[in-house]
Write a protein of this length. Structure first.
Length: 159
């Protein structure tokens, strides 16, 4: 099947650091992105936060080390709200699980409609780029004495 590419002119989206969550031994940085002027899915964000405990327990079943450091992106997009939970593993790798909330049923959080493929868009990649630099700076460049607290407080906010 040959698909015709569809592009829209790039416009920056508001990226905001929302909060740090401590769940069991995990630290989760929470970011929001919105195609609107301001992020507005606050009730959905609370619902997502309630799901995090189970999602983090699922991650702990991984065969790779997890370090219990993660970041969550909640992105209000055209199709609905994309929810990306990413965690550091294997020293220098990020594993990501993608969830989705449709605009018609905002509190019905499902796995990504794209099966096991974790699609990331250009706006989400801005957060990934920041988290990469932060992980290198506070963890990998100090591998003998990584500072998870400095990693935690190093967050991104953009207009």
């Amino acid at each position: 099947m040959n698909m015709i590419p569809v592009f829209e002119k790039y416009k920056p989206r508001k990226i905001a650091f929302h909060d740090w969550l401590r769940i069991n031994e995990w630290t989760v940085k929470v970011y929001t992105i919105s195609m609107k002027d301001e992020y507005s899915s606050h009730k959905l964000l609370l619902s997502i936060e309630r799901n995090l405990t189970k999602w983090l327990m699922d991650i702990e079943q991984s065969k790779l080390p997890t370090y219990q450091q993660a970041f969550l992106i909640v992105h209000e997009a055209r199709e609905g709200v994309w929810i990306l939970l990413s965690w550091w593993t294997g020293g220098e790798m990020i594993e990501t699980k993608v969830y989705f909330s449709d605009n018609t049923e905002p509190f019905n959080i499902t796995d990504s409609p794209y099966n096991k493929n974790a699609l990331l868009c250009v706006w989400e990649l801005e957060i990934f780029a920041h988290e990469r630099k932060t992980w290198i700076k506070h963890i990998l460049e100090n591998a003998d004495k990584p500072c998870f607290e400095n990693y935690r407080i190093d967050v991104l906010n953009s207009a």
